[in-house]
Ligand binder design. Structure first.
Ligand code: C2E
Ligand code: CA
Ligand code: CA
Length: 550
């Protein structure tokens, strides 16, 4: 406010100083008019211009007296009007500055709010929750009190999403948020961690038994069915609880331990569990993995394997899929299914994606330098696809490696599109404009909106391996594979069959018109060096010739 006041005074004095000049000009003109009129009067009335005639004219000429008053009138009037104008102009500028400041403050608030809240439920998100948990832990330690932290995960939520669609899933999540808000006190924090996972922070608990009471209240709130459209849905939740300082004195430990308890709750009949050291033995690997994953990514304890994709028409390798593994000092090579979900939950997935993309591009660039012109496919998890920074990250990566974008494919799942179709379309369009290919992975397992698929800049469908592996024994699976191939071709897309292990499967896929096969029949995923060797032993010269034809 003080600064604004000072600006106001400065503005007025600047404007005043400008307009005062005009008052001086006016006064000068008036004085010149007096001199001229006096000289003319002296000449005209008294016959000559001299000092005594000028004095006589000034004494006797009544009109000159009026003229003599003019400079004073001009000076006063000019000064007065200009001051008033300066004041008025500055008031306008000040009003506009106020308005702009108000708008900026509202925008800043909106940005802050969006960064710290979940857009679906408007609850605090993981970022804000971590901050509040951190503060609450410090207060509890200082005041020698206890706090409780709950992680709540809906049971079988994926089925609701898959069978009824994401819109119904979103409705359920909103209802859950409202019911939980009803159970909470003002001082508690209810947050959405992502997906179907919520967290509750009770910053002060007087007795340990209160924790059970709150857990029961939460469970009671789930007793009546959730009404979505015409349906009554029965939704249950599993709750994991950790208490600070007893179970941990920092945010990560408390969150991990509530998570361990939640996994135990999923398996027991109570629907909730309070963390205890004993529970660790149910998931020792999980717990340690969680804390080690960040270091593994930062220190590069990950490794990429590559599985060849065979183009059936040209009988050559069209590319490879990059599949990540974790080289762990005690657990050995950990498969991606054991740690990708962890990376998603702990917010490390973006870092992991960047590591994978760099490693894949380095390898592909090396193969290209070695005249092996093949493409590389990289898996994009849902949260990475919907990260608005993704196109910029990719642009940066493309600039750093000497590999044309048309050799890069991103594999995305149907689920990640369904989560936010508009944003997915926007981001995929930007990636496609860069020349990157988009492939729909695990096709057939998710919620497929063909209408939507048509709008997306997709070039390939990958039929999920569950259909391929059973297609010779199960007629339904065969029909799904056959119609997916027809559908994809009608839409101008290529079809990849994933998980072909037997010769008969490959033969049948060829008769159905499948374009590309990826499976153990040709090769398991191989390390970079083994893959180069595989290319050498499988006629790399011919493969290159075939590829150059495309
Ligand atoms: P996906 O994208 O569906 O990858 C194909 C999986 O099927 C791979 O498992 C591959 O080894 C396996 N596979 C291929 N052919 C056959 C076959 O003939 N028989 C059988 N039984 N399996 C076959 P992998 O490498 O264990 O990867 C599992 C999943 O982990 C991947 O499924 C993908 O969803 C995820 N993943 C792997 N790497 C990454 C990554 O870098 N980022 C992300 N976000 N996810 C990844
Ligand atoms: Ca894939
Ligand atoms: Ca797949």
């Amino acid at each position: 406010m003080e600064r604004l006041g000072q600006t106001f005074i400065n503005n007025v004095s600047i404007m005043k100083s400008h307009v005062t000049k005009h008052a001086i000009y006016g006064t000068s003109i008036a004085i010149s008019a007096i001199i001229l009129a006096t000289l003319l009067s002296s000449q005209y009335h008294y016959g000559d211009i001299n000092f005594s005639n000028i004095i006589t004219a000034q004494k006797n000429n009544f009109t000159l007296w009026i003229l003599d008053g003019m400079p004073f009138i001009f000076a006063f009037w000019g000064q007065y009007v200009s001051s008033a104008m300066a004041l008025q102009a500055s008031t306008i500028v000040l009003d506009q500055t106020h308005e702009l400041r108000n708008q900026t403050a509202a925008l800043e608030y909106q940005i802050m709010h969006d960064a710290t809240h979940d857009s679906l439920t408007n609850l605090p998100n993981r970022v804000l929750l971590r901050d509040r948990l951190d503060q609450a832990i410090h207060v509890a330690l200082r005041e020698q009190k206890n706090l409780a932290f709950f992680i709540l995960d809906l049971d079988h939520f994926k089925e609701i999403n898959d069978t009824l669609g994401h819109h119904s899933g979103d409705q359920v999540l909103k209802h859950v948020a409202l019911r939980l808000q009803g159970v909470m006190r003002e001082s508690d924090t209810l947050a959405r961690l992502g997906g179907d996972e919520f967290a509750i922070l009770l910053p002060l608990i007087k007795k340990r038994s209160h924790v059970q009471i709150v857990a029961k209240k939460i469970q009671n709130s789930f007793h009546s069915p959730f009404i979505v459209g015409d349906l009554n849905l029965d939704v249950q939740a599993s709750i994991g609880i950790a208490i600070s300082p007893e179970h941990g004195k920092d945010v990560d430990t408390i969150m991990q331990r509530a998570d361990v308890a939640m996994y135990v709750a999923k398996q027991n009949n109570d629907g909730f569990a309070i963390y205890s050291r004993k529970l660790d033995k149910h998931s020792p690997k999980r717990l340690t993995l969680m804390s080690e994953l960040r270091q593994a990514i930062e220190n590069g304890y990950l490794v990429l394997h590559y599985q060849p994709k065979i183009d059936l028409k040209n009988n050559c390798v069209s590319g490879v899929e990059a599949l990540v593994r974790w080289q762990h000092k005690t657990h050995g090579l950990i498969p991606p299914d054991d740690f990708i979900p962890l990376a998603e939950r702990t917010g490390l997935i973006k870092q992991l994606f960047i590591w994978v993309a760099k490693a894949a591009l380095v390898q592909a660039e090396q193969w290209h330098n070695d005249q092996l012109k093949i493409g590389v496919a990289i898996n994009l998890s849902p949260s990475t696809l919907l990260d608005a920074d993704l196109p910029d990250v990719i642009t940066g990566l493309l600039a750093s490696y000497n590999l044309p974008a048309r050799y890069i494919t991103f594999e995305i799942t149907e689920g990640s599109i369904i989560k936010d179709p508009d944003l997915a379309l926007k981001i995929l369009t930007r990636l496609a404009e860069m020349g990157i290919n988009i492939s729909i992975d695990d096709f057939g397992t998710g919620y497929s909106s063909l209408a939507y698929l048509k709008k997306l800049p997709v070039s390939e469908l990958k039929i999920d391996k569950s259909f391929i592996q059973d297609m010779l024994k199960n007629e339904n699976d065969e029909v799904i594979v056959r119609s997916t191939i027809d559908l994809a071709h009608n839409m101008g897309l290529k079809v990849v069959a994933e998980g072909a292990e037997e010769k008969e499967t490959v033969t049948h896929l060829k008769t159905l018109g499948c374009d590309i096969i990826q499976g153990y029949y040709y090769s398991k995923p191989l390390s970079g060096n083994d893959c180069t060797e595989w290319f050498d032993t499988h006629g790399r010269g011919d493969m290159n010739k075939e590829l150059e034809k495309n």
